[in-house]
Structure formats: structure tokens, C-alpha cells
Design a binder for this molecule. Structure first.
Ligand SMILES: [Zn+2]
Length: 78
């Protein structure tokens, strides 16, 4: 290896932001954060779960509820 051009190879902890599980490995950085991991991703758990961290599903349901409300009295101009 050529001296002075390679990054340090250190112990690294990978932390899942969703379920909090940790994996220890080695990398050039000491900590990584991931949104999903194999402990909590629906593909691996086999459980149907909506992965929604930004509240988008709730916003969508609110918009649908608003759209399904009966329209207010329509003004009839005659
Ligand atoms: Zn996870």
C-alpha cells in the first residue's frame, strides 16, 4: 500500500433509525445511520407495515377524507 493516501480503517457502528438495531463492522467512518435495516424492513420481516416517516400516508388520508365530504351547498344562480 502506498503511504499517506488511504483512509483509516476503523470500527464502525451501523445504527437503524427505525428500530434502533446496531451492527458492528469496519469501515472508514465510525458511525453510519440507516433508515431501514433487515430487522425492520417489511421484505425481511414478512409483516405488512407501512414505512412512513414523513407522515405522507396520514396527509393522503386527510386529503381523501376532505375530498369525499359532500360538497357544500352549491350556489344556484338563476
Ligand atoms: Zn431497522
Amino acid at each position: 500500500m502506498k503511504a499517506g493516501i488511504h483512509p483509516d480503517y476503523v470500527e464502525c457502528k451501523i445504527i437503524c433509525s427505525s428500530c434502533g438495531s446496531e451492527v458492528e463492522t469496519h469501515a472508514t467512518t465510525s458511525e453510519m445511520r440507516v433508515d431501514l435495516c433487515s430487522q425492520c424492513h417489511p421484505f425481511y420481516t414478512g409483516k405488512k407495515r407501512i414505512v412512513d416517516r414523513a407522515g405522507r400516508v396520514d396527509k393522503f388520508n386527510q386529503r381523501r377524507a376532505a375530498a369525499n365530504k359532500p360538497a357544500k351547498e352549491e350556489k344556484t344562480e338563476a
